[in-house]
Write a protein that binds this ligand. Structure first.
Ligand code: 4AD
Ligand code: MG
Length: 470
């Protein structure tokens, strides 16, 4: 007996004999002579209707795992085209439906965040798992075709790439081996497993730069950690960052074009895919969810987002023009103070009208040590942030300072010289080459594409300041 996914069956549109469906009961209706069960398996937002004998339905409840052998035949009822006429029904394991925190009714996002280990079973959450998987597949294909090599970079590092002091320090519980000298009485120093302090990476960029000098173009999608004490809908302590780096470029436009083409590929795939279709479907049907989530977008708004992302040519404006535009619109901003989230959102809407917008050439004082000075600026660096409406910053990138002397000067100016970055200076000593790259907040991208208002809901097991459930 070949088991079929529910997505496959629903899409078929013709009868199948001797079919097996493996899934979980979403609802049961028991009548005197007949019973109906809706079964889902996470492959589709929809479930299939199973028609069974009342005695076979007796032990079924919401959440029960079952395998059903039967015939996929045209349905008598009007709700669905086909249904599964059950022959054999077998229950696969225990299910305490009554005490299950997940109930077949509307439950708030806030409550569901307290049970992340059970939350993915809800069809709309399972859909977000499939969205993540599909976007990774698109990105993998995009980079493969563009000649970028996928690489892995370390999670444990010696340096704070961004220099913002938001690192988590790694410590160890390893016990001393016999014969090793024990610490002198009263010494309070932390024992360092790796001899010197180590941190969880805040960005793969520096290591990625090293690898780019081997194969020219590289990318990675890897876990990133930030000890930011903030409770916002856009920040996690652990998140995935997509980073790419390419050599032989001294034009920031090249780097921005990679970002643009990459996101265009993602949006186009989504527009044409089943996952995209289901995201729209869930936006149209899930009324109560929208009422619960003030930031939720409608199906039409979501379609518009994707269309804008799939469109050609996003505006590229300089930081100084952006500041002037904000001032002109009555915002109380100052060139030296930097952009706040509200400014970023306004700029995205104002310049793009829906498309993402690149803001380039920020003042050097606002950015990390590794950025190349702008070509025709005095105090700015060749960098960009990609801003999208509603969300604000999605990507940050720059040309990297590839000249030894200038890099050392910048490191001294930012106070990071000597911070275990000698190896990074080596990259400028041997085979140095103009290069640039970017980092995209992958979970933020999923929020934007799915219209999810809070980043804690696109990540299965979110890690945030002052909270870490399972
Ligand atoms: O702008 P950021 O800090 O840039 C870098 O780390 C560069 N070294 C990347 C590079 O050029 N290779 O981070 C990049 C992106 C941000 O634009 C944002 O989308 C996301 O990472 N991000 C976060 N996402 C979720 N939670 C957080 N706490 C985040 N911090 C940054
Ligand atoms: Mg940034």
């Amino acid at each position: 007996q070949k088991s079929r996914s529910i997505a496959e069956l629903l899409q078929r549109g013709s009868a199948v004999q001797n079919v097996r469906v493996d899934g979980w009961v979403r609802s049961v209706r028991k009548q005197k002579r007949i019973a109906f069960a809706a079964i889902g398996d996470g492959s589709s937002l929809d479930s299939v209707q199973v028609v069974l004998r009342p005695e076979d339905a007796a032990d079924l409840s919401h959440g029960t795992a079952v395998s059903v052998d039967g015939e996929w035949i045209p349905s008598q009822g009007g709700k669905q085209a086909f249904e599964l006429q059950a022959g054999e029904v077998s229950i696969k394991g225990d299910n305490d439906a009554e005490n299950n925190p997940v109930q077949p009714k509307y439950q708030t996002a806030e409550f569901l965040r307290t049970i992340p280990h059970l939350r993915p079973r809800i069809p709309a959450n399972a859909l977000l798992l499939r969205l993540r998987s599909q976007v990774i597949a698109t990105l993998t294909r995009f980079f493969q075709e563009a000649g970028f090599v996928q690489t892995h970079t370390p999670v444990i590092t010696s340096s704070d790439c961004e220099g913002a002091g938001e690192v988590f320090t790694v410590s160890s519980n390893a016990t001393k081996e016999a014969g090793q000298k024990s610490k002198p009485e009263g010494e309070t120093q932390i024992e360092h497993f790796f001899r010197t302090p180590k941190y969880l990476t805040v960005s793969a960029q520096l290591h990625l730069e090293a690898l780019a000098q081997a194969v020219n173009k590289v990318w990675t999608l890897s876990p990133t950690f930030r000890a930011e004490k903030g409770d916002t809908a856009r920040h996690l302590s652990e998140f995935y960052m997509l980073e790419a780096e390419q050599c032989f470029t001294n034009d920031l436009n090249d780097v921005m074009s990679v970002v643009e083409e990459m996101l265009r590929a993602v949006a186009k795939d989504l527009q044409q895919s089943k996952v995209g279709h289901e995201l729209l479907q869930s936006r149209t049907t899930n009324q109560s969810a929208e009422e619960d989530d003030q930031t939720a977008v409608t199906a039409d708004e979501l379609k518009w987002r994707w269309a804008c992302m799939a469109s050609r040519s996003w505006p590229r404006v300089t930081y100084s023009d952006a500041i002037n535009e904000l001032k002109g619109a009555g915002f109380d901003v100052d060139y030296d103070d930097g952009l706040e989230t509200a400014h970023e959102r306004w700029l995205a809407q104002h310049f793009g009208g829906g498309t993402p917008v690149f803001v380039t050439d920020y003042p050097a004082v606002q950015k990390p040590f590794y950025m190349m000075p702008s070509k025709n600026g005095t105090d700015t660096v060749a960098c960009f942030d990609l801003l999208v409406p509603d969300l604000a910053e999605l990507v940050g990138g720059s040309l990297r300072e590839h000249r030894s002397e200038e890099l050392l000067d910048a490191m001294k100016a930012k106070g990071v010289a000597g911070n275990n970055l000698e190896w990074y200076q080596d990259l400028r000593r041997y085979g140095s080459v103009p290069h640039g790259g970017f980092g995209l907040g992958f979970d933020r991208l999923l929020c934007y594409l799915s219209g999810t208002g809070n980043i804690r809901d696109v990540v299965a097991f979110p890690r945030c300041y002052e909270s870490l459930p399972p």
